[in-house]
Design a protein around this ligand. Structure first.
Ligand code: ASP
Length: 608
């Protein structure tokens, strides 16, 4: 990496270079002044090389080095020497050598940074890190993650090109493509009163590319969603977006799975992939077994239906729940039989916070004895039978939720995740990918009296459910909760990794009439459809191949691969929870001239 300023990077020097006169350039990572000798650790993104400046050997260089401070940018020319035996540093790749300075040139001075660059383990306030992100990126952990992310994108590109995908950039200034969030809009200067939307995803465009015959498309796509930010979301984020033609669900899943394995091995070869092929669960099965549509498979502790054991138990809560069509479900927390009363109370509070009415516990002591607040009512034998059905062994604590179908599983699923973390059940090294598919096409929106797509509004039903969509109940333009289509399952698949949703996709409806039927279930009028999806609906009249695809969140993927839990840690320049860029100080008030040019006037913040 030789340039005008340097012969080697700060990570390159080895024994074989000893005896050569050469130049290095970089940042002063640390400086030790021993009087006659000054040591500079010179750093760049490739590594650190020790520089020795000896007052006798090089008085000018020594005088310059005496004025140098941490984070100055310097160029050092000198002779590469082997370090004296016993002074080598095995922690550095360059640790066997040092540069004996003949000349030290200061290329740039530096103020003292708000946090130390050379002590990466020292906590720094995130707001300060974001304000000085260019300094934060100098720190080793942040740098390492950004490099890993770059390798991730590189590997993604390589695999797709190897498999005949065409990389296409779709525009940023488009028309709304709904993904269930609010659009960011950009007012048009040339067409006053009109706006562009920034893409929530390239969904419609990638489908149009299939109509164009591109066959296989992918993009490292920037997406924008104006949402209230949660811990792991950002107003703009990056997806690996892809679409394929002439495919069934199986084809997309097979390609994506092979691609994900290849990419994971390229980026983090040291991390084992728990199961390949990836386990597949129907949405229903995932809820019943893990209480989640993104199950963490790094540990067991599965949910079990205890309906059979609870029926006729005499415990009112169980009986009433079952009579009302609800579910009694339990899981066995390993080794928690000795949990204190206050721990159980705390878990009960948690279950309530997650939406359940309560939590029942059964402890199976090491001796096999049963201890439970309901033992007096249901009897020891039945309590034990329930514990066994929940998968408990002696020493375990069984937790039971009785509630509405799905709510019961979801509450217990969240407890499962909580306990998994508390008990440290997950192997942190493992990558446990799995598929969840066959989601319901729609869910009934009580408030608006229509169906909503549970995922992507363009998804196709599974082949055996197409008829449900075309079987009309009453007026097709008036959705009703009784519509048979409400029972349809979609060819929709989500990919989960270690308890996070990595992304999802589907096989799409490629027939205009069926898509219109599906949109009308979601309350769209013909005119509304024409406005929102006109190009796609028209395109479907010119020969649309069967097609499907997926999008995976690259930020989240990079986050998990680098052991993080916050996507800001893998983004070079993220925004805060309130959507601000603390470094560039955006968003910022528009200049009056800008409003005028767009024909706009700011009338104050919206009420409510
Ligand atoms: N466009 C979808 C999303 O952003 C992904 C897909 O169905 O391909 O979630």
């Amino acid at each position: 990496m030789q340039t005008h300023f340097r012969d080697l990077t700060c990570g390159d020097a080895r024994r074989e270079h000893v005896g050569r006169r050469l130049s290095l350039a970089g940042w002063v990572h640390r400086r030790r002044d021993l009087g006659q000798l000054i040591f500079l650790d010179l750093r760049d993104r490739y590594g650190i090389t020790q520089v020795v400046v000896d007052a006798q050997e090089a008085p000018h260089a020594h005088a310059a080095a005496a004025t140098v401070r941490n984070e100055f940018v310097v160029r050092v020319e000198g002779m590469l020497a082997a370090r004296l035996p016993g002074t080598e540093n095995p922690k550095l790749a360059t640790g066997e050598v040092e540069l004996r300075a003949a000349e030290v040139t200061i290329l740039s001075t530096a103020r003292t940074p708000a946090f130390p660059i050379n002590e990466p383990d020292q906590e720094a306030d995130e707001a300060v890190r974001l304000r000085f992100r260019y300094l934060d990126l100098r720190r080793e952990p942040m740098l390492r993650r950004i490099l890993a992310r770059s390798r991730l994108v590189e590997a993604i590109r390589a695999v797709h090109h190897d498999h005949g995908f065409v990389e296409i950039e779709t525009p940023m200034l488009i028309k709304s493509t709904p993904e269930g969030a609010r659009d960011f809009i950009v007012p048009s200067r040339l067409q006053p009163g009109s706006v562009y939307a920034l893409p929530q995803s390239p969904q419609q465009l990638k489908q149009l590319l299939m109509v164009s015959g591109l066959d296989r498309y992918f993009q490292i796509a920037r997406c924008f969603r104006d949402e209230d930010l949660r811990g792991d979301s950002q107003p703009e984020f990056t997806q690996l977006d892809l679409e394929m033609s002439f495919v069934a669900e199986e084809d997309v899943m097979a390609f994506v799975e092979a691609m994900v394995i290849e990419v994971s091995r390229a980026v983090v070869p040291e991390r084992p992939i728990q199961h390949a092929p990836f386990p597949r669960f129907t949405h229903r099965e995932a809820l019943d077994r893990f209480g989640s549509d993104k199950p963490d498979l790094r540990y067991g502790m599965e949910l079990h239906d205890l309906g059979e054991q609870a029926r006729g138990s005499g415990f009112r809560v169980f009986e009433e729940t079952l009579a009302g069509g609800g579910r009694v479900v339990g899981l066995a927390a390993p080794g928690m039989a000795t949990a204190s009363r206050s721990t159980v109370d705390e878990l009960t509070e948690l279950a309530k916070r997650f939406g359940a009415k309560g939590l029942v516990s059964i402890a199976i002591e090491g001796s096999g004895a049963v201890r439970s607040p309901i033992a007096k009512i249901v009897g020891d034998d039945r309590a034990e039978a329930m514990a066994v059905a929940a998968g408990a062994s002696p020493g375990d604590l069984v937790l039971i939720v009785a509630d509405r179908d799905v709510l019961a599983q979801e509450v217990l699923g969240r407890l499962r995740v909580e306990l998994g973390a508390r008990l440290g059940l997950a192997d942190q090294e493992v990558l446990a990918y799995c598929w969840v598919h066959r989601f319901p096409m729609y869910q009934w929106d009580v408030e608006n009296g229509r169906w909503d797509a549970t995922h992507n509004p363009f998804s196709a039903p599974i082949p055996e459910h197409v008829e449900l969509l075309t079987t009309l109940s009453g007026d097709p333009s008036r959705p009703s909760p009784e519509d048979p289509a409400g029972r349809a399952l979609a060819q929709q698949y989500d990919l989960a990794l270690n308890g996070w949703e990595l992304g999802g996709g589907s096989v799409r409806i490629h027939q205009r009439d069926l898509l219109e039927r599906s949109f009308s279930m979601m309350g769209h009028t013909l005119e509304g459809m024409r406005q929102k999806f006109g190009a796609l609906l028209d395109a479907f009249e010119y020969g649309a191949p069967p097609h499907g695809g997926i999008a995976l969140g690259i930020d989240r993927w990079a986050m998990i691969l680098t052991y993080q839990t916050n996507i800001r840690e893998v983004m070079a320049f993220p925004k805060t929870q309130s959507g601000s860029d603390l470094m560039l100080e955006s968003p910022s008030p528009a200049e009056p001239g800008q409003w005028a040019e767009l024909g706009l006037r700011f009338v104050g913040a919206p009420k409510g």
